[in-house]
Design a binder for this molecule. Structure first.
Ligand SMILES: C[S@@+](CC[C@H](N)C(=O)[O-])C[C@H]1O[C@@H](n2cnc3c(N)ncnc32)[C@H](O)[C@@H]1O
Length: 370
């Protein structure tokens, strides 16, 4: 099968590497999209194990079209009956950019009609009740008149690990937190510190990595409703991943935040994720932390950005103080994401590296100091 892992812009190489490490064959890497080959087991593993992909999609096909007739004909050619049975559900979602066919509702409607017509013909029936448990979300993406049609295998986006039912005001996606840890120099010989932990996403993702706990073990996926993906294979993969977890690792992970309610939320999320035993949470203002005590630590953090006018002065001062305090540490590194391009100036040191990453729709930079 040809599968597509979608991801946030900037994470393509990381996702490619994690798919490679699962033994999957990579066909191509494009912006936000990694195409790879996999059998059923690979499809299951990619969903359960990827920490940084947004979704795993089953590629149906691609073609160029500039008229609705061309779109209808191309979609009718695909052998939808190979996976969709007569009573399965198959909603369609389309996006279009820089294309002659730009109306997304119209594209959705034409694609739906084409699939319906094909299935009605193949199954020799006028009635497709769409009332089974099996859900095949058809995804149509059109860029510059080129259509890619796929079926979503994930269901909810993969950043939803199942441990965060409560969030603070500005949580980051788990996929981005995992990427920041991956891009950092943290290993278990070093202490990981998030001084602005919010709902705990960064420390929790670090703890999951340390314990080798697969990202998707505690959630369900759309492919689990598909009869042609064997349930015993899914169970086997889940059992193997559980058996591979490490019970007795003791990484040093510290999570701080000034807000006592937020710290309680973070603790509860860590408990749900099964990693509360290896994270030390503390409600503390970073201004009151003595950074001279920090040696051999990796700070991975997502502080406030001061996007709202009333926060700007507070955040400006915070970044200046952080710079002063960081200079008191010994053998420490910092991996900090913010939308503020003036961060290095305020921090008082030019970064060793920065990468453009998106936190939701907001263009940000991951500043690295080693
Ligand atoms: C952008 S949020 C972090 C979000 C977090 N990454 C998550 O996924 O939930 C920034 C956090 O910094 C905390 N904060 C603000 N000022 C602080 C200070 N002086 N010391 C420690 N934490 C502070 C806020 O309470 C907030 O939870």
């Amino acid at each position: 099968m040809e599968l597509i892992a979608t991801c946030t812009f900037g994470l393509e190489k990381l996702v490619r590497n994690e798919l490679k490490n699962l033994g999957l064959w990579i066909a191509s890497v494009e912006d936000g999209k990694i195409t790879f080959e996999a059998d059923e087991e690979g499809l299951i593993k990619a969903n359960l194990c990827s920490r940084m992909a947004s979704r795993i999609q089953l590629k149906v096909g691609e073609f160029d079209a500039t008229t609705f007739d061309q779109l209808f004909d191309a979609v009718s050619e695909f052998k939808w009956e190979n996976c969709i049975e007569v009573s399965d559900r198959f909603p369609v979602q389309a996006t279009s950019a820089k294309s002659l066919l730009h109306s997304e509702p119209a594209i959705q409607s034409i694609v739906k009609k084409a699939v319906v017509k094909r299935l009605q013909r193949v199954y020799a029936t006028d009635v497709l009740p769409e009332n089974s448990d099996a859900l095949y979300q058809i995804t149509v993406k059109c860029i510059k008149d080129h259509f890619t049609v796929s079926i979503d295998t994930s269901g909810e986006a993969l950043h939803k690990r199942g441990y965060r039912s409560i969030a603070n005001a500005a949580p980051m996606k788990e996929t981005l937190a995992a990427a920041m840890i991956n891009l950092s120099d943290w290993d278990q010989a070093r202490t990981l510190i998030d001084p602005f932990c919010g709902s705990g996403t960064i420390p929790i993702e670090a703890a999951l990595i340390a314990k080798k706990m697969a990202a998707g073990l505690n959630r369900e996926f759309a492919f689990e409703t598909w009869p042609w993906i064997p349930q015993d294979k899914i169970k086997q993969v889940r059992d193997e991943l559980r058996a591979a977890q490490l019970a007795d690792v003791m990484p040093k992970i510290f999570a701080f935040d000034i807000n006592p309610d937020t710290i309680e939320i973070a603790k509860e999320n860590a408990r749900k994720a099964g990693v509360d035993d290896i994270i030390v949470f503390k409600c503390v203002d970073f201004n009151n932390l003595d950074f001279r005590n920090f040696k051999n630590c990796t700070f991975v953090t997502n502080p406030p950005y001061g996007e709202r006018l009333e926060e700007e002065a507070y955040v400006t001062k915070m970044y200046q103080t952080l710079g002063e305090k960081f200079r008191q540490t010994k053998d420490c590194s910092l991996f900090l994401i913010t939308s503020r391009q003036d961060f290095p100036r305020l921090f008082g040191r030019l970064e060793d590296k920065n990468r453009k990453l998106f936190n939701g729709n907001l263009k940000c930079y991951l500043y690295e100091y080693r």
